[in-house]
Design a protein around this ligand. Sequence first.
Ligand SMILES: C[S@@+](CC[C@H](N)C(=O)[O-])C[C@H]1O[C@@H](n2cnc3c(N)ncnc32)[C@H](O)[C@@H]1O
Length: 320
Amino acid sequence: MEYRHVPVMLDEVIEYLKPSEGEYFIDCTLGGAGYTKSIAKLLGKEGRILSFDLDPWAIENAKRILKEEKLENVIIENINFKNIYETAEKNFKKNNKKEFDKGIFSGIVFDLGLSNAQLEDTKRGFSFKEDTPLDMALEGDNGRTLDLINNYSREELETYLREYGEEKFYKRIVGGIFDARKTGSIETTKQLVDIIEAAVPAFYKRQKIHFATKTFQALRIATNEELESLKIALPDSLRLLKKGGRIAVISYHSLEDRIVKKIFKSESIDCHCPSSFPVCQCGHKASIKIINKKILLPTEEEVARNPKSRSAKMRVAEKI
Ligand SMILES: C[S@@+](CC[C@H](N)C(=O)[O-])C[C@H]1O[C@@H](n2cnc3c(N)ncnc32)[C@H](O)[C@@H]1O
């Protein structure tokens, strides 16, 4: 079934990245091709957009959408965006030998997390609405979710639930997981939901947000090493931008936003030496300037139209 994602903050992405004829762009999170489609149209025949997704299902879905649009300037790669540099090099260096190392991309965009289609697909392990094998890997089963649930230490699981899930009942839930481990391995989403249900207090189960949401989010982020990938991809993206080129990152989780903020800040200042050093010894030079000092949020109209956009936060920086 074809799925059309409603792109979040698309107008702002276009306004801040200003794609124009003949430029090269990268969309690190192709998803339902919302951004890629709009950007590709503005880049024209001579321009190119290189678009990634780690999920083979998302890739096939996006290919169908882009084919209908007859867009021939899109290059699609089924990869983790942490491999942005080598993938860009593979696709662009041959025809841009001299310029590549100085940066040839005019815009790079990240729209982090998962699409609703992925989160709500009851055949996959991201959803707790049906009983499915516990597999939250975007690229398809790699056994990592099962490994986390059944083999990781109490401390590690508590940290994931507390930090990635912001789950206040993390201790009780991990306690429940450890009790269940004594009688065999935890293999399905239903087993996990039952453990969480038994562990959390009654009032928590009456709240609007489902009591398993935060635990599932935490395990998904840990399974896919989502934060680690971002930490690798951002500095490499900055290297790929040409002077005046811009990067926009849309995040939905405070930990992701913190990583973006920290890397942008660190790359926008000249020296990283402690303030007690009388002269700079590190020699670091700023490579970007931050475009929006105040974080960009979706408009009220967008949130009313698409409530899923309400937690989006966008940061933009420009290569100098
Ligand atoms: C919110 S959706 C993007 C929607 C897209 N902007 C659009 O307009 O349709 C995020 C997409 O990024 C993909 N993704 C998440 N982490 C990834 C990673 N590390 N590498 C590549 N793709 C990733 C997900 O599979 C998902 O399809």
